[in-house]
Design a binder for this molecule. Structure first.
Ligand code: RIB
Ligand code: CA
Length: 309
């Protein structure tokens, strides 16, 4: 089987950590590297967390540190969700792996050149690193097969009524990506909020019994409490769902649409304005994922997590 070259760009917080554990077990992916960005917490912490998760799963994937702030704005974080350390206070052992000595945006470009058009990028944090690559390298758009994004929403947001965190954190970078001409597949809150786990389902996953599965259960329980207070049925696995979508879209519903990011509005900044071709006024430039089969999603997660010893 020809494996798909992949870069995962993340702001390792709780659900990013789960996504890293899952992508490590997806056989069709050739994970070239992981790049980190400021988002849930500061980039020093997202990078440290990424290295610690890789230590937990004994995966020596190269890690490159990226932007420590948005392209044009002050950094915001999501510590209220992910905790001050980004991993909900769950203390993972120190990592024996070191971050590589090259900025993430240069590492992404160099890998894109090596892959000569076959590279796919999965982003599960703010899009600052990609905004930097597109800005620095004018031919980058010709070197990327597609970008699968956890972010945005055609309906309501989670930071404001209009905007989801990853887009809201750096709307200008997101607008560069959605406007780049590279096919963008948006896994927004419309579908990622369907990919939730209840307390009972977390307990069942933890009973797989290996250390990664126990970490999966423990690290999500903190976010679960936060989610339940807003009336959510469980904790949404935004980033893990995005990775599984990139691996197999057969259990999802996808539509070809027009999407642009609001970068100016006072109340709507960071909104991914989405036209489901109601009047064909705008050319479709992206894909939005709208539905998933939750049972099939959880079965895929269970299978992958069971592969750890
Ligand atoms: O809105 C959810 C997204 O914001 C997820 O990627 C989560 O990790 C945070 O980065
Ligand atoms: Ca994330």
């Amino acid at each position: 089987m020809d494996r798909i070259p992949i870069i995962l760009d993340c702001d390792t917080g709780v659900d990013d950590a789960i996504a890293i554990m899952l992508i490590n077990k997806i056989k069709k992916f050739d994970l070239k590297c992981i790049t980190t960005v400021a988002g849930n917490v500061e980039v020093e912490k997202t990078t440290r967390n990424t290295l610690r998760v890789l230590q937990l799963i004994d995966a020596g994937v190269p890690v490159y540190k990226g932007a420590d702030r948005p392209m044009f704005r002050k950094q915001i974080t999501a510590e209220e969700v992910h905790g001050h350390d980004g991993l909900g206070g769950i203390d993972l052992p120190l990592s024996s792996y070191d971050v590589k000595n090259l900025p993430a945006w240069d590492a992404i470009y160099q890998e894109a050149v090596r892959c000569d058009g076959s590279l796919e990028i999965i982003t599960i944090g703010p899009l600052t690193n990609l905004g930097m690559v597109f800005t620095k390298y004018c031919n980058f758009k010709n070197l990327i097969k597609r970008i699968v994004v956890m972010g945005g929403s055609a309906t309501s947001g989670n930071v404001t009524p209009a905007a989801e965190f990853n887009i809201y954190a750096d709307p200008e970078a997101a607008d560069i990506v959605f406007n780049s001409g590279v096919p963008v597949f948006m896994c927004g809150l419309d579908v990622t909020n369907q990919a939730y786990y209840t307390a009972q389902e977390l307990e069942k996953l933890g009973k797989i019994g290996n250390q990664p599965a126990k970490f999966f259960r423990d690290v999500l329980q903190g976010v679960l409490s936060y989610s339940l207070q807003f009336g959510c049925p469980g904790v949404s696995l935004h980033d893990p769902m995005t990775v599984l979508y990139a691996a197999d879209d057969s259990i999802f519903e996808t539509h070809h649409v027009w999407i642009r990011v609001e970068t100016k509005g006072q109340l709507t900044i960071g909104k991914t304005v989405t036209d489901f071709s109601s009047d064909k006024k705008y050319p479709n430039n992206a894909y939005i994922v709208t539905n998933l089969q939750r049972d099939a999603f959880q079965e895929h997660v269970y299978t992958l997590m069971s592969e750890y010893s």
